[in-house]
Ligand binder design. Structure first.
Ligand code: 6CS
Length: 315
């Protein structure tokens, strides 16, 4: 077998390291029969292009951020809802692993669009960076915020008074540098590795959301595989969950220190107080209602009902 695995990140970053280890494991398990070429982000187009290549079966595996499928699988925008999941990353990952709302209901909705999610994992809590401090909703007034494609991510920043602008991360460093946009959200490891902190004066530890990614496969390809090969894939996916969790944790912790110690490119790191967080939480709450009434239908509502229940059980 010769397969392709495309990621939205580059060498050294979480998704790419996931794909590399996934490929290595399957190669070993199959005694060399399965060979997977892993592609860094950039070579095969934008994040949105990559999703299409997966759907068309041009690549067999992909790591997909739901934020880039927002216009297609509206329900996947549930991950854009800020302050929905627990702050605790262990708990969040536990929910991602076990949630029926996500692994059965939402996964089924993706499958209808020729994308089969095999697993959901967190790449860490997301933080804000800006060319000015971001501590209160007033700081977002007129602030040009880069987001992924998802209309609901945009809605969430409009609720804070910001002007969202969707773009691929390939353009983000230059856009921040030139002031095309004023800020962005990402987990710490990504902010440091993509060097966004070099062109941003401020970083806010906001923990307003998690960066959730999906390991996905083209469903037609997957369903046509012999059962023992599918079992090998499923086993590998399961083995990768704790590995990727530890990997993001280590990277997010150590790269925060790198940002703080980068005296050449000083970035003011500020952690929101509980009161400050509450002000954002209050503005984020109505977006949940907007998701229910304007974005998804009955199925999406049932999915969010169940997810909220599953989250409550973990809190
Ligand atoms: O901000 C983004 O769009 C990128 N961030 C991460 C953590 N991974 C890939 C994604 O395209």
């Amino acid at each position: 077998y010769n397969w392709k695995f495309v990621t939205e990140e580059v060498d050294g970053q979480v998704q790419y390291e996931y794909a590399e280890q996934f490929a290595e494991k399957l190669n070993e398990k199959s005694d060399g029969a399965i060979n997977i070429d892993v592609y860094e982000f950039g070579g095969l187009g934008s994040e949105v292009d990559q999703v299409e290549q997966l759907q068309d079966g041009l690549v067999q595996f992909a790591i997909v951020s739901p934020g880039f499928t927002g216009g297609m699988v509206e329900e996947g925008q549930v991950f854009a809802l800020q302050f929905l999941f627990p702050n605790d990353q262990e708990k969040t990952q536990e929910i991602l692993n076990t949630s029926e709302a996500l692994n059965t209901q939402l996964a089924g909705m993706y499958e209808e669009h020729n994308i089969k999610p095999l697993a959901f994992f967190t790449e860490g809590a997301m933080q804000w960076t800006g060319s000015s401090p971001l501590r209160t909703p007033a700081d977002f007034e007129g602030f040009k915020m880069r987001t992924q494609e998802s209309p609901l991510i945009q809605e969430s920043y409009e609720a804070y008074g910001a002007t969202p602008e969707a773009m691929s991360w390939s353009e983000l460093y230059t856009s921040l540098d030139r002031g095309v946009v004023d800020g962005q959200e990402n987990p710490i490891f990504f902010i440091q590795d993509a060097a966004f902190h070099e062109v941003q004066s401020d970083m806010t530890i906001s923990n307003h959301n998690n960066y959730v990614a999906m390991a996905t496969v083209n469903p037609t390809f997957y369903n046509d595989l012999p059962e023992d090969v599918r079992a090998m894939i499923d086993e590998t996916v399961e083995e990768m969950q704790p590995i990727v969790f530890d990997m993001q944790k280590e990277m997010n912790e150590s790269l925060l220190e790198e940002i703080k110690n980068d005296t050449e490119n000083p970035t003011e790191v500020y952690e929101l107080t509980e009161e400050e967080t509450a002000a954002f939480r209050e503005l984020a709450e109505p977006v949940r209602e907007y998701f229910r009434t304007e974005v998804v239908g009955e199925e999406g509502n049932a999915m969010l009902d169940l997810l909220e229940q599953e989250i409550a059980e973990h809190e």
